[in-house]
Design a protein around this ligand. Sequence first.
Ligand code: FAD
Ligand code: FES
Length: 352
Amino acid sequence: MNGLVTLILVILITVKRYIAVYSDCTVVVNGEKTIKVQGGQTIISALSGSKIFLPSACGGKGTCGFCKIEVLEGREEATSIEEAVIPYKSIIAGTRLGCQTKVRSDISIRVPEEYLSVKEYRGKVTEVEVLTHDIKRFNIDLIEPKTITFKSGQYVVVEPVPGETRAYSIASIRRWENRISLEVKKVPNGLCSTYLHALHAGEELIFFGPYGEFYLRTNQSKVVCVAGGVGLAPMKSIIDEVLTEQKGRKVELYYGARTIDDMYDYERYIRLTKDYEDFKFYPALSDVEEIITHPSGFIFDSGFISSELSKRLVEGEDMEGYLCGPPIMIDTSIAVLRRKGIPSDRIYYDKF
Ligand SMILES: Cc1cc2nc3c(=O)[nH]c(=O)nc-3n(C[C@H](O)[C@H](O)[C@H](O)COP(=O)(O)OP(=O)(O)OC[C@H]3O[C@@H](n4cnc5c(N)ncnc54)[C@H](O)[C@@H]3O)c2cc1C
Ligand code: FES
C-alpha cells in the first residue's frame, strides 16, 4: 500500500513539475509591465521574447554576473552557480542571475530601469580598418532603428550564434547618432572575435544595447583615463565628450600596450594634445626597455601603465578614474589611483 502511495506522489510531483514547466506564466517587471511567457525558460530568454534585453557577456554561462535581477515574488532557491557569483546577503535579498533562474510559476521581478530602453539594432558594416596585427575597427551604419543614444563608455552586446553573447565597448563618438564603431581584438579560437574579424564591408550585424555603468559622469574633476590594449575603445567617446561638451575640464589618457605595434590611434591622441591644452597623453610600452621618441618629438615611456600613473598623478588632486582593459592592469592601476587619494566610488572600470 505504502509503495502505491509513494508511486502516486511521484506521479503527482512529476505531473505538477511538467505542468509548471510547460504552462504559461506571468512575469511582472518593475511593477508596471506584465508579460505572459512559456514556463521553463530562463528569465533572460523569457524577457527577450518581449524585447527586454538583459546584458550578458558570457553567453548565459553564469560567470559574468551582468544579468543580475531581483526576484520580488515567486523566488526559488539560488543555484550553486548563482551562489558563486552573487554575495550571500544579496541572494537573501532576492538577487538572482537572469540566465540561471527559470520561470516555473508567476513571478515579479525588478530590473534596472535603463534595461527597459535597451533595443535590438541592425546595422551595416561600412568599413573595416586594420588597426594592429590583431585589432580591427568596424564602422557600422545603423539600419533599424536608425539612431542610437548612449553614454560615453557604454557597451553593446553581440550574439554570434544563438545563446552566445559577448560585450563590445562603443568605440565611436556619442554625437554620431546614426552609426557606431567597434574595435575588436582577435582572441585565438575566440568564438565572437573570430566571427567579427571575418565580417566585411556590406555585411549586416545585429547587436543589443546600450549597457553599462562604465560611463562618463558630469562634474569638474580631472578625468583620468587608463586604457590597456583594446581597452582604448571606449576612451574615444569619453575624451571627446570632456573636450567638446564639458569645456574647461582636464582629461589625461594613460595608454599601455606591450610594444608600439600593439598600439593604435596614438597619432590621433598626439594631435589632440596640440589642439587642446586640457588634454594630456601618456603612452607606455611594457615590453620595450628603451624610451621611444615619436617623429613628432612625443615620448613613449617604457614600463607598465601603473608606474606611469604613479609617476605623474599628484596625490590629493580632485580626480576621477575611468579604466578599461585586462584585469591585472585594472587592479594594479586602481591600487595607484587609491594611493593618490581617489575614493573607490569615483573609480569606474570595465575589465576584459
Ligand atoms: C563590458 C565589456 C566590454 C568589452 N569590450 C570589448 C572591446 O571593446 N573590444 C574587444 O575586443 N573585447 C571587448 N570585450 C571582451 C569581449 O566581450 C570578448 O570577451 C572577447 O572578444 C573574447 O570573446 P570570444 O568569443 O572571441 O572568445 P571566447 O570564445 O569567449 O574565448 C575563447 C578562449 O579565449 C580566452 N580568452 C577570452 N578573452 C581573452 C583575451 N582577451 N585574451 C586572451 N584570451 C582570452 C577564453 O578564456 C577562452 O579560453 C569586452 C568585455 C566586456 C565584459
Ligand atoms: S552571468 Fe553572464 S549572462 Fe548571466
